[in-house]
Design a protein around this ligand. Structure first.
Ligand SMILES: [Zn+2]
Length: 783
């Protein structure tokens, strides 16, 4: 290189650096673009930016009270105000004829005490911290990030305000001034009921609500029936969704003459219609301390709402019922009230419901927040009974059924005349299949087309992101945390056909490497390698087929635990309690297949803790040295029967029976076995995790176990503390996945592997890093 060329080069590099620096400042000033400070790895940011649900919140036209479209802002405001005033109007719920609360456990002294314990500074700080930062502020304009940032300055004032509230039990009306944002539920929403009201509460209100939630959460599990699984700690949407699938499986194959029916009930604006008098009576009935009830009622009663319409605040409306969507307390108070429905079913509808097997529990209804699913034999008597319960529940709470959005499904064995008659009696539309908690339920085998939504969603996500403005690192984050993650729920809860999973991976793969929808990009690294964990040289993508097993391992783990939910009890009546030895049958449901799949993944990360050995199969189960005996055939006597249980190797006292062991195993192995502790006093055999205290989830342990020994260790890469973009560059380098001449030659994309700058040697990674004399010269000049 000539002296002039060198000079120009140095000049150009300087210029570029300057421009980049200036650009960076400019970007930082664009407050909404936070790539630079928060890096490419800010997944929440990606989510918010990438969400294609972002809709225009302007309300341009609306159907007025006479049903005519209007664009006049005053009429639009009047229409909305009228609608919400009607909705939050006071009604008198019926407080008589309630189911008895006597069966409910009474609150212990300890529980009552914990509800009333004094508020400490730590409690406040936890409440403030638990709020999501940078959420839209309420009428007071204070966000939680403001409080966390200036906590040392404001904590004294915040504390004294809170202590005042908890001591006096009276809330300043200004705390209850709430802004209501209206989010359209569908495109082109043009009437008030097509908007979801979200409350932006003031910060003080939110702190109080959070403090009350923290106290309430602990005692809910003992008060709420197990049919309700939303918002109760320790209960899961998964169990609800599996239970519904399993019942539908029974629907499909049952030949019972009477037939079965399932009713899905939609309540019109369930949260907004709940009556406060109902809650008050219920809280007293459940023996909550009066002071605590006072705090709750102060929070929820008489809030003042101002609607935010096209950026302007309407005049305030004072509500007379309903729990606000956006207040942290609402979900908990709602499920407390919905407990009346469960109680009514338990006390007045014991003959309703369907049992999966004769010893198992009858399941009459499943609740998930305001989502109601009812099961019963198909008969006029049962229908009347269900209607009686629903009518009373509506009268007690102020709820009302939306008949147009509710529906009924009969199983195939129900006679046609009965279907017609009962449908007329029920008054809901009849369906053959429906979606419950995101999972499709039908009376037939589900096909690829039934899951087409997964692919459609993935493509529309990709389209919304676009690929022009995203770096490879950015695209990798989107794939892992959004594209593949968003289908994880369906993938783990339903038997999604492989074709769908393949199509999803294909979409992810093309998005990663393609520059635009039409251009074909170069795939530098194959998909299987990308799906390896980062310390094994991949990008940690979760390959759908490999991942579904580990995701399901948690379900299998819960199935094998001694404390059992309604779902597990119902399943145990029908299937074996030991998933590892549970034989596959043709009539098996999707749920048991999912659980068995999970168990197969669980096998690699768990072992049995021996109680009496009654659940442990000697050959098939893992109870020694983290191995399954069937995989170590040389150690065992060939006459050991396949079905032999470990209990036969134990004495009456639960100790190892040495002579019995010696019949089947070699002496040295027997010595090893004798070292394994047994816990006869516990009785039941229990599964335990191999790495109990690693802090990892079962799914991630099981996923890691799919990649046993990394051929090369890449953990150095994450230890360097680089930004995602830089890390990705070195990752490319380490994998030799860069378009050098040699690389291109291997793929047939060029005809010479020699360095294009005139060196006599091939251009490969080492050559461009240090071998190339041109590169060496340039870097000498630059330093
Ligand atoms: Zn060269």
């Amino acid at each position: 290189m000539s002296a002039d060329q060198t000079k120009t080069l140095i000049h150009k590099v300087k210029e570029l650096k300057n421009t980049l620096g200036r650009l960076q400042t400019w970007w930082r000033q664009q407050a909404k673009v936070r790539w630079l400070t928060e890096g490419d790895s800010n997944t929440a940011y990606f989510h918010s930016m990438a969400s294609n649900r972002r809709r225009c919140n302007r309300i341009n036209q609306v159907l007025d009270l006479n049903g005519e479209l209007t664009e006049d802002p005053t009429t639009i405001e009047a229409t909305f105000l009228h609608f919400f005033e009607q909705k939050w109007l006071h009604v008198n719920p019926s407080l008589d004829g309630w189911p008895s609360l006597a069966d409910k456990p009474t609150l212990s002294t300890v529980a009552r005490h914990s509800l009333l314990r004094p508020v400490t500074e730590d409690d406040l700080w936890n409440a403030v911290k638990s709020m999501k930062p940078n959420r839209s502020p309420g009428a007071d304009g204070i966000t939680s990030s403001f409080l966390t940032h200036f906590w040392s300055l404001v904590k004294t004032d915040v504390c004294s305000a809170m202590l005042d509230f908890f001591a006096l039990g009276v809330m300043d009306p200004s705390w209850k001034e709430t802004l209501v944002v209206l989010l359209p539920k569908s495109l082109n929403a043009n009437s008030p009921e097509l908007f979801r009201p979200i409350s932006l509460c003031s910060i003080f209100y939110k702190i109080v609500a959070k403090l009350l939630v923290q106290r309430l959460q602990h005692i809910l599990p003992s008060l709420i029936s197990e049919e309700q699984s939303a918002f109760v700690s320790g209960r899961q949407i998964s169990h609800q969704c599996f239970l519904a699938q399993e019942i539908l499986h029974k629907f499909r194959f049952s030949t019972a003459k009477a037939g079965f029916m399932a009713l899905k009930i939609d309540m019109t604006q369930a949260y907004d219609k709940m009556c406060w008098a109902t809650l008050l009576k219920l809280l007293h009935g459940l023996q909550f301390p009066p002071q605590f009830i006072g705090w709750i009622m102060q929070c929820i009663s008489s809030p003042s709402f101002s609607l935010l319409l096209n950026g302007l605040r309407s005049r305030p409306i004072v509500a007379a019922r309903g729990f606000q969507q956006g207040c942290p307390l609402s979900p908990y108070l709602f499920i407390l009230c919905s407990e009346l429905l469960s109680l009514a079913f338990q006390q007045h509808g014991s003959e309703l419901g369907i049992a999966l097997s004769s010893p198992g529990p009858r399941i009459s209804h499943l609740l998930y927040a305001d989502d109601i699913l009812i099961f019963s034999e198909a008969s006029t008597i049962a229908t009347n009974k269900v209607w009686g319960i629903l009518d009373s529940y509506c009268a007690w709470t102020g709820q009302s059924i939306n008949a147009a959005k509710s529906f009924v499904l009969f199983n195939n064995a129900t006679p046609q005349w009965k279907k017609t008659r009962l449908t007329r009696l029920i008054g809901f539309p009849r369906v053959e299949e429906f979606t419950y908690l995101g999972i499709k339920l039908a009376l037939r085998k589900l096909h690829k087309a039934d899951y087409a939504d997964i692919i459609r969603k993935a493509h529309s996500q990709i389209q919304a992101w676009g690929s022009h403005h995203l770096s490879l690192a950015g695209r990798a984050v989107l794939i892992n945390h959004s594209l593949l993650a968003s289908s994880a729920y369906i993938m783990s809860h339903a038997l999604v056909p492989k074709g769908v999973l393949d199509a999803l991976e294909l979409a992810a793969r093309s998005f990663l490497w393609q520059r635009s929808a039409n251009a074909r990009g170069m795939h530098y690294v194959d998909w299987a390698s990308l799906c390896r964990p980062r310390n094994c040289g991949g990008l940690g993508f979760h390959a759908t087929v490999t991942w579904s097993g580990p995701l399901r391992a948690r379900f299998a783990w819960e199935y094998l635990q001694p404390h059992q939910s309604l779902f597990v009890r119902a399943m145990h009546g029908r299937y074996s309690e030991n998933l590892f030895t549970c034989p596959a049958r043709r009539s098996d449901s999707a749920v048991i297949k999912i659980l068995r799949d999970g168990a197969a993944s669980l096998l690699s990360v768990s072992r049995w803790r021996i109680g009496r050995g009654e659940n442990i199969n000697i050959l098939a189960d893992r109870w020694i040295q983290d191995r399954v005996f069937a995989r170590l055939p040389t150690f065992i006597h060939s006459q050991l029967p396949d079905s032999m249980l470990l209990s036969e190797m134990l004495t009456e006292d639960g100790e190892w029976n040495r002579s019995k062991l010696l019949q089947f195993f070699g002496p040295s192995l027997v010595d090893t076995i004798m070292q394994i502790p047994t816990y006869p006093a516990v009785g039941r055999d229990r599964l335990e995790l191999n790495f109990q205290h690693s802090g990892k989830t079962i799914a991630s342990m099981a996923y890691a176990a799919c990649f046993p020994s990394p051929s090369a260790d890449f953990s150095w890469l994450s230890r360097l503390g680089l930004r995602p973009r830089e890390r990705l560059f070195w990752w490319h380098m380490a994998l030799d996945a860069i378009p050098t001449r040699c690389w291109l030659l291997r793929r047939g994309l060029t005809d010479s592997g020699l360095c294009p700058w005139g060196c006599p040697s091939p251009e490969n990674r080492d050559h461009i890093m240090r071998g190339c004399s041109n590169v060496a010269a340039i870097s000498r000049e630059l330093h």
